[in-house]
Ligand binder design. Structure first.
Ligand code: NAD
Length: 408
């Protein structure tokens, strides 16, 4: 008879069970280590709300699952007014039963109360934890609020982001961070919780007001100044056209510039974020423009938009870099000229030395006790300094203030 293979259990032998590491040897102190793989997609697309395109209907649904037939879709008032009908028609065409929440937002409403409103909707919707990704459609304020709510609700609900502003397309919608303002401080509460998928569709920019286009162009200028000289040249040559055409590619050069600018801005941002998603490394080039701006933005509310505050921060640090010989005066003037051409401010009445000093002190706390201040060194690269003086900040602010008066 051929010999058949018998497992130890078949032979009546009990396998020895290895004791878990936490029990052997007997101990009274334990070090727990675990790793979490993070994977998410950012997809540049067009005409997302065309019912013939199923990417939004399928977004965030794992390959093993069939697309579930319910979704919680969260938007903000303006987006609802502009795109609500198309959103409804889209989900109807895909047979998806949608529960909608429309929030009245703005930077002042970027609060924990708004997060709780979203959470209440999840509860009343009886949302399934794994299979019904929440869909957030809106600007950076909305995606930050919904992302935070999703990270907190039952400790993690999958979500999909559809950014509808330029800041959202190139920055707020594509990273891992969520957050809300608290106690007068910007993004004081938040989490690292990327969406499963972000669908980036520039057609939403067709309705975005000019000021908000400029706002997003500030974050693109940031990437250009510290990471990508070619992107700076694109903005220098085509920035006004991009703004005038709202990235819709009305002319041939406009179409080419829009495509390359978005590709480089998103790719540059993700290349910086990916190896440092939890910001363990505190020296981050993408923090450029974000050293003084949080305090400026919060103090000027609602006078300064996020990107406008970032632009003022970049103007200050450009002048500081020039003072240190990291940029020539010619390069400094090119940067300031592009900033202005993109419709962005170089200064603001709140940009006073006392506030700038406090802003820097807060940033030092945020960066664990050191300045770690990114400065542009040549156009398209950055270095980090820890020895910025109050005198340098004052002198840069005065220079910009005078230049602002000259241009007035
Ligand atoms: P926002 O969300 O307030 O949107 C700006 C305005 O545009 C709003 O009035 C909105 O109703 C309107 N709007 C949105 N889409 C529109 C469209 N398609 N057409 C017409 N109007 C439209 O502001 P924002 O600039 O998108 O985002 C700024 C926020 O993003 C800030 O709170 C900032 O902290 C945050 N942010 C977050 C990150 C991150 O990594 N999480 C990164 C950058 C910025």
């Amino acid at each position: 008879m051929p010999k058949t293979h018998q497992s130890p259990q078949d032979r009546g032998v009990r396998p020895s069970i290895a004791l878990p590491r936490a029990l052997v040897p007997p101990r009274t102190a334990w070090a727990v280590r675990a790793e979490q793989a993070v994977e998410y997609d950012v997809v540049l697309t067009r005409d997302l709300l065309d019912p013939a395109d199923d990417s939004l209907a399928r977004a965030g649904v794992g390959p093993a699952l069939s697309a579930p037939a319910r979704r919680c879709v969260i938007t903000e008032r303006t987006v609802e007014q502009l795109y609500g009908d198309r959103l409804s028609a889209y989900f109807r065409a895909h047979g998806i039963d949608v529960r909608r929440l429309v929030l009245d937002l703005g930077e002042e409403k970027k609060t924990i109360e708004s997060v709780l409103r979203v959470v209440d909707t999840f509860d009343s919707h009886g949302i399934l934890r794994r299979q019904e990704p929440v869909i957030a459609v809106g600007g950076g304020v909305l995606t930050d609020i919904v992302g935070f709510a999703c990270s907190a609700y039952r400790r993690g609900l999958p979500h999909v982001r559809v950014p509808t502003t330029l800041i959202g397309l190139v920055d707020a919608g594509i990273g891992a961070k969520t957050g809300v303002n608290h106690g007068g401080s910007k993004n004081r509460l938040g989490s690292y919780f990327p969406a499963r998928c972000t669908l980036v569709d520039p057609t939403f920019l067709a309705t975005l007001p000019n000021r908000h286009l400029s706002n997003g162009l500030a974050e693109i200028l940031k990437i250009a100044l510290v990471l990508d000289r070619r992107l700076f040249e694109l903005l220098e040559e085509h920035g006004s056209l991009l703004r005038a055409e709202r990235f819709q590619g009305i002319s041939a050069p406009g179409a080419q510039a829009a495509e390359e600018t978005l590709r480089r801005a998103i790719g540059g941002m993700l290349a910086e974020l990916e190896p440092n998603l939890w910001e363990d490394q505190l020296e981050r080039a993408v923090d450029y423009g974000h050293s003084f701006s949080p305090a400026l933005e919060m103090h000027a509310l609602p006078g300064l938009l996020h990107g406008e505050a970032v632009a003022i921060d970049m103007a200050l640090t450009t002048v500081i870099s020039c003072g240190r010989g990291l940029l020539t005066t010619g390069q400094r003037d090119r940067v300031l000229a592009v900033t202005t051409a993109l419709g962005l401010p170089l200064t603001h009445p709140v940009c006073r030395p006392d506030l700038l000093e406090r802003a820097l002190a807060d940033t030092v706390r945020h960066r664990d006790g050191r300045q770690r201040l990114p400065l542009p060194a040549d156009i398209g690269s950055a270095l980090f300094v820890n020895d910025l003086t109050v005198a340098e900040v004052r002198s840069a602010a005065a220079f910009l203030h005078e230049r602002g008066n000259d241009n007035a």
